[in-house]
Design a protein. Structure first.
Length: 121
């Protein structure tokens, strides 16, 4: 657990080398955005992360700082010829992403399986 407002976990996805599943639970905001970025940077630098599927099914809330965080992570991975996929966002989280037009910049999927399937193409 990084901060009392967000819990973060990751696990490698065996059938996709260099791919990890990131799970965020709670709220992603200014109190923990830097912790999430550092966590992902550590996966990239020390664990061979290239592709990241973020399961947002337990993410209750995201604000503009949190949105900036996921855009920054996406940009970082794309610059390394990787990818960043969001799966299972709840209605509130997706609405924030959509209001600012970030859904045009981010790959958002209804299910984790759909996000993983997109890695095959």
């Amino acid at each position: 657990m990084l901060d009392e407002t967000v819990q973060i976990a990751s696990s490698p996805i065996a059938e996709h080398p260099g791919c990890f599943l990131l799970t965020l639970e709670g709220d992603l905001d200014s109190t923990n955005a830097q912790d999430v970025i550092k966590f992902v940077q550590n996966l990239s630098e020390n664990e061979g992360l290239v592709h990241l599927v973020a399961d947002f099914s337990k993410l209750r809330y995201i604000n503009s700082t949190g949105l900036g965080t996921i855009l920054r992570i996406s940009k970082m991975l794309i610059s390394k010829k990787g990818s960043f996929k969001i799966a299972n966002p709840n209605e509130n989280v997706f609405e924030i992403i959509e209001i600012v037009g970030a859904n045009k910049l981010l790959d958002v999927y209804q299910t984790k399986e759909d996000a993983l399937e997109s890695l095959k193409s």
